[in-house]
Design a protein around this ligand. Sequence first.
Ligand code: TYD
Length: 142
Amino acid sequence: MLLKQILPNCALHSNRVNGDNRGSLIAIEAEREVPFKIERVYFVYDTQPGVERGFHAHRSLEQWLICVTGSCVIAVDDGRTRHEAVLDTPEKALYIGPGLWREMHDFSPGAVLAVIASARFDESDYIRDYDRFLAIARGEQT
Ligand code: TYD
């Protein structure tokens, strides 16, 4: 369920929880819970105190981020405005579409960030330079 539309291609969602007296379970299915075919899943964990990660945009990748344990903050930036989303429960998910700069910070000790992605790792999909990102976002560069 949509919790908050942050940008046209970035939104905070709630994951549907199957809970009973044994505990809770969240299931993620391609093209149902996430709006794309799942090609890759990766986990960021063991983050050291004070680290910041990300600092890139993707040309076409779509991602669905869930902090399955602990918490972290994801900043997203479309070249005009910057927004922050707090992921502090597996019941929240952040969808990040193409063309957005992202930075991750404030990982709690032991945090595990799961990232579900629409494509395999492809370095050519990355924009790692912020000025270049801004130029692309403004349509000045490809
Ligand atoms: P990096 O892009 O620096 O992670 P973050 O976005 O969290 O800052 O990735 C760290 C390393 O892992 C880098 O050498 C690339 C590699 N990597 C893969 O091999 N496959 C992947 O799916 C990802 C996301 C990264």
